[in-house]
Design a binder for this molecule. Structure first.
Ligand code: F6R
Ligand code: MG
Ligand code: MG
Length: 367
């Protein structure tokens, strides 16, 4: 059976700052989705949160960019925003950047990752959701999972995986139109690394198997700044990965998160902090962070989902979380000094620009 997985995520309000959504908000968001299930618009759904972002995972047969599904998600977030406002939640409706829906939720603010495929006999997949960071946060882990045999022995052990993957890379600094390039592993991995080292400019939109042409991974590439014309919050990306057989194994996708690599995010969306793998439905705390990533693994059959296996809810990750906490405290010790604070153009606040412009006039040329 051909099914579509749609993950649509938005920050529409949060308790006590940018921490986590309220119970009332989560309940309100579930109502229209439950009705859609009853009416047969969707086959199944799961609603989770990561930090202050609510992610809707829906399965259906309407294909990618379905107006029905996008409208459902948009209406749901609008409805939730009303409750967020009634409760005085911080940043109510933060990610809903446009007033009206016109057929497609892309470009309106919420992050979206969708894939349509023919279900395999056994169809395991995972949904990653990150908060207080940007789409480039997945650059390193996905590169390692798909390209590096030190991380992914499947690249050596499976001749099908060894044929490599096709990467679609998006230049997220471009506005007005999509600027993309396609590169193939293994022959293009140096070019790939040259692009993916720049988390603010390039990110992976999709990865396909070169053996079957099947989609392996998709991620949201929403840049709120490009939509709003100014910084309005971190983009907090979601990703869907199909796992096992021709694709990296569950554990090969997860292993890179043991690095706790530094990403853009944390306090006021303007710092560099390590990415902490967390359990589902975890808020943020230290320094409005650290940036967090959750991951739910599912199996799906005929569009029906199993319960989630919360893969970072396992003793191994407790030790990693301690290491990431130490890394976070360590980089915070140097406060605003490079590279602890993000470069000028990536700051979420305009204050520094104003200060520099003011001082700029005082600079004199010395002969
Ligand atoms: C992401 C997020 C942050 C905030 C940032 C600035 O979920 O909420 O990126 O946008 O922390 O928020 P303010 O200006 O409200 O402190
Ligand atoms: Mg927020
Ligand atoms: Mg968020």
């Amino acid at each position: 059976m051909k099914i579509t997985l749609s993950v649509i995520k938005a920050d529409i309000g949060s308790i006590g700052g940018h921490i986590k959504p309220s119970e009332a908000l989560l309940e309100e968001v579930e109502r229209p989705i439950k009705t859609a299930l009853r009416n047969g618009k969707i086959i199944d759904y799961r609603i989770t949160y990561t930090g202050d972002d609510i992610a809707l995972l829906m399965t259906h047969t309407k294909g990618e960019v379905s107006e029905v599904i996008h409208q459902l998600a948009w209406n749901t977030f609008i409805r939730g925003t009303k409750v967020a406002k009634q409760q005085g939640l911080y940043g109510a409706g933060q990610d809903l950047l446009k007033d009206s829906f016109s057929g497609n939720i892309r470009g309106l603010g919420p992050a979206i990752a969708e894939m349509e495929f023919m279900e395999r006999e056994n169809e395991p997949f995972m949904v990653f959701a990150a908060d207080k960071t940007s789409p480039g946060a997945y650059n390193l882990p996905m590169y390692l999972a798909f390209c590096d045999p030190m991380n992914t022995p499947g690249l050596l052990l499976s001749t099908k995986m060894g044929k490599g993957y096709k990467f679609t890379i998006l230049d997220v600094s471009e506005t007005g139109h999509d600027r993309i390039v396609e590169l193939n592993s293994p022959e293009d991995i140096y070019e790939l690394a040259a692009l993916l080292r720049d988390n603010d400019k390039f990110c992976i939109e999709a990865v396909h198997s070169r053996v079957s042409g099947d989609v392996a991974m998709v991620q949201s590439t929403t840049r709120l700044r490009n939509i709003a014309g100014k910084y309005v919050g971190k983009d907090d990306p979601v990703a869907i990965c199909r796992v096992q057989k021709d694709f990296p194994a569950t554990g090969e996708f997860l292993a890179p998160y043991a690095i706790g690599h530094y990403v853009a995010g944390g306090m006021r969306g303007s710092h560099v902090c390590p990415l902490m793998p967390v359990k589902q439905n975890t808020g943020v705390s230290y320094f409005d962070g650290p940036p967090v990533v959750s991951c739910a693994a599912y199996s799906v059959h005929g569009g029906k989902l199993t319960e989630a296996a919360d893969v970072f809810d396992q003793p191994f990750w407790d030790e990693i979380r301690s290491q990431v906490s130490r890394k976070a405290v360590e980089i915070r010790r140097q406060g605003f000094s490079d590279p602890a604070m993000l470069p000028y153009d990536e700051l979420e606040y305009g204050g520094i620009k104003e200060v520099i412009e003011k001082i700029d006039k005082k600079f004199k040329k010395r002969k």
